[in-house]
Design a protein around this ligand. Structure first.
Ligand code: SG4
Ligand code: ZN
Length: 258
């Protein structure tokens, strides 16, 4: 920690280690996944998704870093070598400029246009702050997007809400959705990568079990471009709200079976 504040430095990821020393740690996220260097692990069985189908209403907020939605349902993930059952807390996204490269993780150097993060914590914890004190307290599921020629109707509640949250701290109600409708169907979620890392924003806490799914979610270019309407707190266009990839520092990245 130091005299510097996030206001000065958080727009420049290279300076984050002056805000939180953890951001200069050895197990940081995101990373580039080099698929030929991943280790196949038979313990990485399909995840068990519980109550991902439940439809809920919520608020979508521009928190100055992303568009974020708090999850009111008790929706959990387990199995797939996770050490516990984890409850979904919130989801948010990272994107590029007008549908250009914008994911945080990259696969063999490829940066996708957007990445969805569904943030979970061990079921026994009541808040993320507590969960982050446990080195396995948080599990984030990451999903990539690809440009598709047709628009994805399941994303309409989110896309149409974006025009109402252009300014930082803007929030609006989100038409009812389920987590299941935002991600590929379960049979297309058996291929994934797993490694141990951190939050991708300050404090950069190294308490995250990352799962990145191989199959991307299709969105039309117009749907992807809609995210670029948001603004950072300085009024600039919110584009490129991703952290650059961080060194692996000898960590192993695993991939699910077959
Ligand atoms: C985004 O800035 C979210 O809006 C943050 O959520 C989130 O922090 C942060 O990213 C880091 O999460 O999955 N990318 S990430 O590693 O979830 C947390 C809030 O600010 C703690 C609540
Ligand atoms: Zn994120």
């Amino acid at each position: 920690q130091s005299q510097f504040t996030c206001d000065h430095l958080c727009n420049v990821p290279e300076n984050w280690n002056h805000v939180n020393s953890a951001c200069g740690g050895q197990k940081q996220s995101p990373i580039n996944i080099v698929t030929r260097k991943t280790f196949k692990d038979d313990r990485l069985t399909p995840l068990k998704f519980q109550n991902y189908e439940e439809i809920f209403g919520s608020t979508i907020i521009n928190n100055g870093h992303s568009a974020q939605v708090q999850i009111p349902t008790v929706s959990t993930i387990s199995r797939g070598d996770l050490p516990d059952e984890y409850k979904a807390v919130q989801f948010h996204l990272h994107w590029g400029a007008n549908g250009g490269p914008g994911s945080e993780h990259t696969i063999d150097g490829e940066q996708y246009p957007m990445e969805l993060h569904i943030v979970h914590m061990k079921k026994a914890y009541s808040d993320l702050t507590t969960a982050l004190r446990d080195t396995e307290g948080v599990a984030v599921l990451g999903f990539f997007y690809e440009v598709s020629s047709s628009s994805n109707r399941k994303y309409e509640p989110i896309i149409s809400a974006l025009q109402n949250i252009q300014a930082t701290n803007g929030n609006t109600s989100l038409s009812p959705i389920s987590l299941a409708q935002l991600i590929p169907s379960e049979k297309n979620l058996t291929a994934y990568y797993r490694y141990k890392g951190s939050l991708t924003t300050p404090g950069c806490t190294e308490s995250v079990i990352w799962t990145l799914f191989e199959n991307p979610i299709p969105l039309s270019i117009e749907q992807l471009q809609a995210f670029s309407k948001l603004q950072f707190n300085d009024g600039k266009q919110m584009t490129g709200n991703f952290r650059p990839v961080q060194p692996l520092n000898g960590r192993k990245v695993y991939r699910s079976g077959s």
